[in-house]
Design a protein around this ligand. Structure first.
Ligand SMILES: *Cc1c(COP(=O)(O)O)cnc(C)c1O
Length: 378
């Protein structure tokens, strides 16, 4: 086993995704499975599709291109406003993109004309979190502009909250989005607008009896992969929170003082350390560090505490039990740690659990290597 290793349980991801899809379906809300935290790996993308997500969304065109090359035929949405420099690629691979800039939409229109295609436009509306979005007063004009341009089609409205400032989805901001969708709905009722209310941070609102109004779609990444809602990071009832774990190997285990000695200045990543003197402890080092993940986002198993981390060393207090050199310590991850580990070329990836959901045999499959990733960018 090559470590650090992310072990990805496809059966648990399938369970999380299908459970959320079913619960949201009962509210009339479809799920776009968000693939950015795993670079569009086809094993996970296909698992989400089998679980019933209606489309796949990613913020990077490279990941969408990668999924297309892997033969995935689902509807794919670029959920970050396209770079002006990438509009040809966006039209070539994504069916739909989230947009906030008229110049970009004009370029998408030209690219779509050139490619002989129609590209869907969903306009993102700013509702207070102050990340992406058109200010509400400018939405009508933006819709008119899209409707006048050739080869692009206005397909819906969306918003994104809780990512920059933690502004929570509630009846007020969701009703504002619904009201806009109502007002600008096409008179042709066969063309229902997509009204995409948000991300994993919307689940407390939806399942807490929120007034759904016209909201008919959510984009979910974290809740599917980690089984937690994104406002307070509480486990979601009935979902697995351990679908993905990070396995690491112990490379040193020694009884050491808890307090450093000598003249203390700054360390590699922090100011001068100020550790309580707990006497001697069972200190261990796991061979993983800031090049691989976000150590602050690792949840150790019971009885083990993360003390600190540098580029390649994770320092643990194993408390009562001395860890054996060569043994494995497995961590759960928060979203930041997961994102970092998934996209680090130093972290191997393995898939388990696929036979339970009828996927092809789970050979040791890996995500694109760094070489492949960098190649595809040149
Ligand atoms: C990342 C992202 C999502 C998914 O967010 P999760 O919290 O992982 O569910 C949804 N929408 C947009 C625009 C995003 O960038």
């Amino acid at each position: 086993m090559s470590t650090p290793l992310l072990q990805i349980d496809l059966a648990k991801i399938f369970h999380n995704a299908s459970t959320l899809v079913a619960r949201l379906k009962s509210k009339g809300v479809s799920v776009t499975g968000v693939t950015k935290a795993f670079l569009g790996a086809s094993q996970i993308a296909n698992t989400l599709l089998r679980a019933g997500v209606s489309s796949l969304g990613d913020s990077r065109i490279e990941n969408i291109e990668f999924m297309r090359k892997s033969g995935i035929a689902a509807q794919m949405i670029l959920i970050r406003t396209p770079m002006l420099s990438q509009t040809d690629r966006v039209v070539a691979s994504a069916d739909l993109s989230f947009n906030t800039e008229l110049d970009v939409i004009v370029a998408l229109s030209s690219a779509a004309v050139k490619a002989g295609k129609t590209h869907g436009i969903l306009l993102m509306v700013e509702l207070g979190d102050l990340r992406e979005g058109i200010m509400p007063r400018d939405v009508e004009k933006a819709i008119r502009t899209v409707q006048e341009l050739p080869n692009v089609r206005f397909m819906g409205l969306g918003t994104n909250l809780a990512c920059r400032n933690g502004v929570s989805p509630d009846n007020r901001n969701m009703a504002e989005l619904s009201a806009m969708a109502n007002r600008f709905a096409p008179t042709d009722t066969s063309a229902q607008l997509i009204v995409s209310g948000g991300n994993s941070s919307n689940l407390n609102w939806v399942f807490g009896g929120g007034e759904i109004g016209c909201i008919n779609n959510l984009r979910l990444g974290e809740a599917i992969l980690l089984g937690r809602e994104a406002l307070n990071r509480q486990p979601i009832n009935g979902l697995f929170t351990d679908a993905i774990c990070l396995m690491t190997e112990v490379i040193e285990s020694s009884i050491k003082p808890s307090k450093p000695w000598g003249t203390i200045a700054q360390s590699a990543f922090n100011g001068a350390s100020n550790l309580d003197d707990q006497g001697y402890i069972n200190q261990a080092i796991a061979a993983v560090g800031r090049q691989d993940t976000d150590p602050e986002g690792l949840h150790p198993p019971n009885g083990i505490e993360v003390l600190s981390a540098s580029s390649d060393h994770l320092i643990l207090n194993a408390r009562a039990k001395k860890l054996v050199v060569g043994s494995t310590v497995s961590f759960q991850l928060n979203y930041g740690a997961l994102l970092h580990a998934m996209t680090s070329p130093h972290v191997a990836k393995t898939f388990v659990g696929s036979e339970v959901i009828g996927c092809p045999r789970p050979e040791l499959q890996t995500l694109p290597s760094a070489a492949q990733i960098f190649q595809s960018q040149t």
